[in-house]
Write a new protein. Structure first.
Length: 478
């Protein structure tokens, strides 16, 4: 008697960044036969050249900043000079050692993720992949002697997670020596004497903040009225004020037309004819999806004008068997969102329970000093009538823990639905705001009211008590 066994569902994933990695783990957990194709290393650019190294650099900058601000708390550093008198030492940053450490951590993280995939039973193929129709990948593995070998991977479901690359300008070509994208900075051996940052979005602001703390004289070129356009206006104002107070030069309403090397540095020419000179220049002018020439359009996948893959809230594309996750999609470009998209794609493809991603529930953070964390509806949307809500802002200066730590800038801002008092959004500007935003995100996810948030016990003294204080203050107005 012959028995027929149900074949395992086959999932092939192109790109091993956060979206591809989480998709692979989810697929293996649900019993699928999973193949992951990655050309550089598991974790992709997020781990190897972007999120992990940049946030490690920022952690070093925070440590440097803390030493400099310790005197405000009564902690003073002195050595004895030749005369025996106390001399305050300079804080020195060994950037070569910093970059060696952060790249080592990135490689370790990549290897840890690879080990997790192997342990889960995922087949990892190293090579350049492209789609060959809606259910096949062709991978150039480079194994052949004198010629490239090709693998054909057939699958029931394809997940594209190829990420994005830094955008460059025709008039500003990165050379990795004086003119950089954010993926190239980690070859520097000394802190740039005068760093010009072109672009005041999230990436530009983060690196400008970090290198200013590390000792560079930073000039930030912003094409808008203020830094961080599109972010909460109050938060952006705080950050710009901190930048200027810490010695950074911020050129607002200024657009860079070109960046060229000089014998001893760089020359940036602005659209109004002004010029700015420095020792190095960082280009932070956005990114472009890595969707060109990988067979997407031939497979019938719809792209936006910018080249991003159109997806729905479960990461499905216009082709039923193809999903997309991460910065290559037209969703929010965050590693956490990419990971959620990867999981959602697999759950949906395999018929498991899936909650469509709700962008308004996504937390985001800008790792400047102080940090900016946001979630939910924005103040502008409330003021424009897109959402009905009330706003309450509580400065951190009134928080006892902030006073103890010498924190002078920042605030907690809550948004609640008019009438019901349901929490619909929030902004935190504070050290480690990325850690503080979680209670507000949970409140939004579970539709808690400000009264319910206010009833939670916050530690006294703590920065998080500002959240319950703000919620308590909204009892009457919400």
């Amino acid at each position: 008697m012959a028995y027929e066994f149900e074949r395992k569902q086959r999932i092939a994933i192109l790109g091993g960044g956060p979206g591809g990695y989480e998709a692979a783990l989810a697929g293996a957990q649900l019993g699928a036969e999973v193949t992951l194709v990655e050309r550089v290393g598991v974790g992709g650019s997020a781990v190897l050249t972007d999120v992990v190294p940049s946030k490690t650099l920022i952690a070093t900058a925070e440590a440097s900043n803390s030493i400099g601000e310790a005197a405000d708390l009564g902690v003073q550093f002195y050595t004895r000079g030749e005369s025996g008198r106390p001399v305050r030492p300079d804080v020195a940053v060994n950037l070569a050692a910093v970059n060696t450490r952060l790249m080592r951590l990135a490689r370790q993280q990549s290897e840890d993720m690879k080990s997790q995939l192997i342990k889960a039973g995922v087949n990892i193929v190293h090579g350049e992949g492209r789609l060959d129709g809606p259910q096949r990948l062709i991978v150039a593995t480079g194994r052949g002697k004198g010629a490239t070998d090709f693998d054909e991977i057939d699958a029931d479901t394809l997940i594209v997670s190829v990420g994005a690359s830094p955008r460059v300008l025709d008039t500003a070509k990165p050379d990795g020596e004086r003119i950089f994208t954010w993926t190239q900075l980690y070859t520097l051996e000394t802190v740039p004497e005068e760093l010009i940052v072109v672009g005041s979005g999230v990436t530009g602001a983060e690196f400008a903040s970090a290198y200013n703390a590390l000792g560079s004289r930073v000039t930030l070129i912003s094409s808008r009225d203020q830094v961080l356009p599109g972010e909460d206006a109050d938060a952006a104002r705080v950050i710009e004020d901190v930048f200027k107070r810490n010695g950074m030069t911020v050129l607002s309403k200024s657009r860079a037309d070109s960046v060229v090397r000089t014998p001893d540095g760089v020359l940036v020419t602005l659209s109004d004819g002004r010029t700015v000179t420095g020792s190095h220049c960082l280009l932070a002018v956005g990114s472009i999806p890595n969707t060109q020439n990988i067979g997407l359009e031939e497979a019938g996948v719809q792209l936006t004008e910018s080249g991003h893959i159109r997806v729905n809230r479960v990461a499905r594309t216009s082709v039923p068997s193809i999903y997309a996750a991460g910065d290559c999609s037209d969703f929010l470009p965050l590693a956490s969102v990419a990971a959620m998209q990867g999981r959602s794609a697999v759950f949906h493809a395999m018929g498991d329970a899936v909650n469509p991603t709700e962008l308004r529930n996504v937390t985001s953070n800008i790792f400047t000093q102080p940090e900016i964390a946001t979630v939910g509806w924005t103040q502008k949307q409330i003021e424009d009538g897109v959402a009905q809500g009330v706003i309450y802002k509580l400065p951190l200066a009134s928080n006892p823990r902030a006073k103890m730590q010498g924190i002078k800038e920042g605030f907690v801002k809550l948004f609640a639905r008019t009438g019901s008092g349901t929490v619909i959004g929030g902004v935190i500007v504070a050290p480690h705001a990325s850690e503080l935003i979680l209670p507000i995100a949970i409140a939004i996810e579970h539709r808690l009211t400000v009264d319910q948030v206010a009833r939670a016990f916050a530690v006294y003294p703590s920065l998080s008590s500002s959240i319950t204080d703000a919620a308590r203050a909204m009892h009457i107005v919400a």
